[in-house]
Design a protein around this ligand. Structure first.
Ligand SMILES: Cc1ncc(COP(=O)(O)O)c(C=O)c1O
Length: 419
């Protein structure tokens, strides 16, 4: 017994019930872990047919789930990918060994030497390094927008990107890491359409949905082409694995999957199983983390040693970002930054005084994590770009977890005393 027609169910239900049929595994309520690197063909003809179906999409087995070798696909990947696609509201998904494996697969599949890419700042440091440094060495160009909600600034940046080479990809990380700055997805889709009409080839709009995750923000509903999520974070939610997913139209996802067999960066069977398991409780965990985050943000907002809190729940009425938030986000998330009065010394003193909150990079786990963005996650980003993205020497990023919120606030209060 399994459900079909995912459109009839909400994402929280799909996360528990879609994409696995117990009849396929001796009635096990939960899917087994298929720990195998290779699969037996029942006959030589079947071997030929399954290869034809995989590589050409034709022949008697076209469209059927058949397995060859785990790097090309395995049952755990099928379950995770169909579940993730259903949750994201997309035709298909591909799962990768990490969020960055997903990002670099998108880049290597769709960007060619001479092309240019448009992305916002701030953005996760690894993505900035991919497009700003690594792909530059392959002859690709990039341009940045600093306010992803400002139509004039975004269109000017798109023009500047087109002047360097055909604009083939627009990246929107929203909310952005670490400051939770928003990017207007409807604006990005409109700009992609305009650029497509002008240059004869429409750029893909790719969204990194890691910070809010698939329950609080639904990029596919805004008409974007690909929705990428670091599953390492909220979806897996326990800081114990790395994984990445990309959802979108079948034709695009198939290209990613085909090239994944060459890059060899698919998600392994055990980790895929762990992500499927964790997705079931993700919406509940995220809700709790978000309610804790609001209380923590309010505490920090009122604290005399704190100069500012960039929390989505505080966006002023009437601002452009607030209008985007109201249109695009279902909730404010639980990762945000705050800025202390002072600089690095004050920030380090606070971090070293914490007892319960853990000083570590990453986000979206059950435990509350805190880090100094400029010297950790955004270390490799050039200082000017960091400053332009609103990251100062006194910026601390918080990923609020599932502890009792009073304990979190008590720890923050005593550490702020030391500043
Ligand atoms: C917004 C965002 N996207 C992508 C990544 C990369 O994901 P992963 O660490 O799973 O490779 C991160 C990692 O912190 C992130 O914060």
């Amino acid at each position: 017994m399994s459900i079909d027609a995912p459109g009839n169910y909400r994402p929280e239900t799909l996360a528990v019930a879609y994409g696995y049929d117990p009849a396929s595994a001796l009635g096990s309520v939960k899917p087994p872990v298929y720990l195998t690197s290779t699969f037996i063909y029942p006959s030589a003809q079947h071997a030929k047919d399954v290869h034809e179906a995989f590589f050409d999409g034709t022949g008697p087995l076209a469209g059927e789930a058949g397995h060859i070798y785990a790097r090309l696909g395995h049952p755990g990947l099928d379950i995770l990918e169909s579940r993730l696609a259903a949750i994201d509201g997309a035709e298909a998904s591909a799962a990768f060994a990490s969020g960055m494996a997903a990002h670099s697969s998108i880049a290597l599949s769709f960007v060619r030497p001479g092309d240019s890419v448009l992305y916002g700042r701030p953005i996760y440091g690894g993505v900035d390094m991919l497009y700003g440094t690594v792909l530059k060495d392959f002859g690709c160009h990039h341009e940045n927008y600093l306010d992803g909600c400002d139509p004039i600034a975004v269109r000017a940046a798109a023009d500047a990107a087109m002047a360097k080479g055909p604009l083939t990809l627009i990246m929107a990380e929203t909310p952005a890491n670490p400051t939770a700055a928003l990017v207007d997805l409807d604006l990005m889709v409109a700009v992609a359409d305009e650029v497509g009409a002008r240059q004869g080839r429409r750029p893909l709009v790719v969204v990194d949905n890691t910070l809010l995750g698939p329950f609080a923000q639904r990029p596919m509903e805004h008409g974007v082409d690909l929705c990428m999520t670091s599953l390492t974070k909220y979806c897996a939610g326990h800081s114990d694995l790395l994984a990445g997913g990309v959802s979108g139209r079948l034709e695009l996802v198939q290209k990613l999957r085909a090239l994944r067999t060459t890059w060899g960066n698919h998600l392994d069977p055990f980790t895929a199983w762990l992500v499927v398991r964790s997705l079931e409780s993700a919406s509940v965990r995220i809700d709790r983390a978000m309610s804790n985050a609001r209380t923590v943000a309010e505490f920090l907002h009122d604290h005399p040693k704190v100069a500012g809190v960039t929390y989505l729940g505080f966006l002023p009425e009437g601002s452009r970002a607030r209008a985007v938030y109201d249109r695009q986000c279902k909730a404010a998330g639980s990762t945000f930054s705050f800025h202390l009065h002072g600089g690095e010394a004050e920030a380090f003193r606070m971090l070293d005084g914490l007892k319960l909150l853990k000083l570590a990079v990453s986000l979206g786990g059950s435990e509350t994590l805190i880090c100094h963005s400029a010297s950790t996650t955004h270390y490799a980003v050039v200082p000017d770009a960091r400053a332009a993205g609103g990251i100062t020497d006194a910026t601390l990023r918080l990923s609020v977890g599932l502890e009792h919120v009073d304990d979190l606030i008590a720890d923050l209060a005593q550490a702020l005393e030391a500043v």
